[in-house]
Design a protein around this ligand. Sequence first.
Ligand SMILES: NC(=O)c1ccc[n+]([C@@H]2O[C@H](COP(=O)([O-])OP(=O)(O)OC[C@H]3O[C@@H](n4cnc5c(N)ncnc54)[C@H](O)[C@@H]3O)[C@@H](O)[C@H]2O)c1
Length: 286
Amino acid sequence: MPQVGRLPDLACLLLADAFILFDKGLVTGFDSKGRNVADRLKDKVAIITGGAAGFGEGMARRFAEEGAKIVVADLNAREAERVASEIGNGAIAVTTDVSQRVEFDELVYAAKSAFGRIDIMVNNAGYTHRNGDLVDVEEDVFDLITAVNMKAIYHAARAVVPIMERQGGGSILTTASTAGLRPRPGLTWYNASKGWAITATKSMAVELAPKNIRVNCLCPVAGETGMLEKFMGKDTPEIREKFKASIPLGRFSTPLDIANAALFLVSDEASLITGVAMEVDGGRCI
Ligand SMILES: NC(=O)c1ccc[n+]([C@@H]2O[C@H](COP(=O)([O-])OP(=O)(O)OC[C@H]3O[C@@H](n4cnc5c(N)ncnc54)[C@H](O)[C@@H]3O)[C@@H](O)[C@H]2O)c1
């Protein structure tokens, strides 16, 4: 136990330690809300699809707080512009339909032109049918689910892998879902598309590891975003309670929950982690 008279010395030692950590770049300071900002993505360039709302907007904001240059890619031009301008620090918005190869190529061109490189590719845009009988889902809806949740991952890989390889590495992250691990009835074709995304993640990870490209995915549990109403079928207090009752920690996910997990996976702190499907689910998949 330190004696009372020694406390000032102890405080000096702690301050000196803190200064050494600061000096080594291990602690860089605090943001305006008092949170530790470690510059974990300093100077990295990140493309985030579906970045204009929900989980994607959360990631765009969180990555920017940690020093990344952000490309907000979304079908919704106005909201993408809003997010990019609120983030500032040179963030750009690119109107993109991820289901279209040519638009993906234009997105990558815009990112390279603005920032000169691409370090992080987040495949986050998603689409679902409304909760209901699997035989009632129309073919055009099924096709859009496969185009946005599956084929876009292929488009992204073909567009960014050669760039990342030339740069010496990179990180690809997909927003999959607990739906791909522990499916609920009523969302069969959506669930299956997320299962595909998880398998694609693992296969890409093992194939791209020699190029130093890490590939991971997140499996969020239901979250209060634009898609929740379709997942539930109808938004009523009873259905909300039913969904929450299946989550041991007893709440929906938030964009910040998902963004914090994403931040870890795309940062250098996760440099030995590839091929994981990380549940961010309050215990839903146990
Ligand atoms: N919200 C949940 O409960 C939940 C749970 C697990 C996984 N997910 C997944 O999270 C991801 C993000 O969804 P969210 O919940 O934040 O929903 P959201 O509706 O808030 O955001 C989705 C964004 O994707 C954009 N988008 C849709 N289709 C697009 C396309 N073809 N090209 C470009 N952008 C497109 C939309 O404009 C929107 O801005 C999706 O992949 C979804 O499947 C959501």
